[in-house]
Design a protein around this ligand. Sequence first.
Ligand SMILES: [Zn+2]
Ligand SMILES: [Zn+2]
Length: 179
Amino acid sequence: MRVHIFWDSQSPDGYQMPVKRLIESILNIRTELTENPVRIMGYVTARRQVDAQALLDSIQAYKRRHLMMEPVLLVVPQDLFRNSDSFVFGLARESVGAGVVSTARLGNEYYGRAGSDDDHIDRIAKEGAHEIGHLLGLPHCSDPECVMFRPDTLDELDRKKKVLCPSCREKLDAVTGAL
Ligand SMILES: [Zn+2]
Ligand SMILES: [Zn+2]
C-alpha cells in the first residue's frame, strides 16, 4: 500500500524529499509525494490559525471526489488549532485516512533559536510519521522515545527517536504485512 504526502506549495521548499525518505524509513512504507491539490479551509483570521478539523474535512471531501482510498498526509505551513487545544502539531482522522501536519511550530525560529534545516526536517518527519501511524491503525504509545508517543512540547518531540518502539513496530508490521 502507498501513502500519499500532499506538500503545500507554501511549506518549506527543499524539505520534501528528505521528509519523504525519513517517513519511509521510520515506518518502513512507500509514499507518493505530490504538490497539495486540497483547498486550505478553516482559516480563522482572529487567531491567525487554521482549524485542523476543517482541514481534515477538506482532505476528506477531496478523497471522496477522487475516489482515493489510500491514506493522505497533508503538510501545511499554517499554524493549526483544534477545539480546546490552542495549537496542535498535527491531527489524524483515522476513519477516513486523512492527516495533517503543520510546519509552523517545528522550526527553531518559532522559539527564537537559531534555525536548522536538519532539526526542522527531523521534526516534520517525526510528526508526519506519527500521523500516518494513526492512519495505519496505531494508537498512542507510552514510550517517550517512540514515534507514536504524543508530544505536548517541542522538547518532548525532540526526545522521540526516528523509530517505532518494538511493540508499535510489531503492530504496524501486522497491518502492512496483511495488505
Ligand atoms: Zn497522535
Ligand atoms: Zn511505541
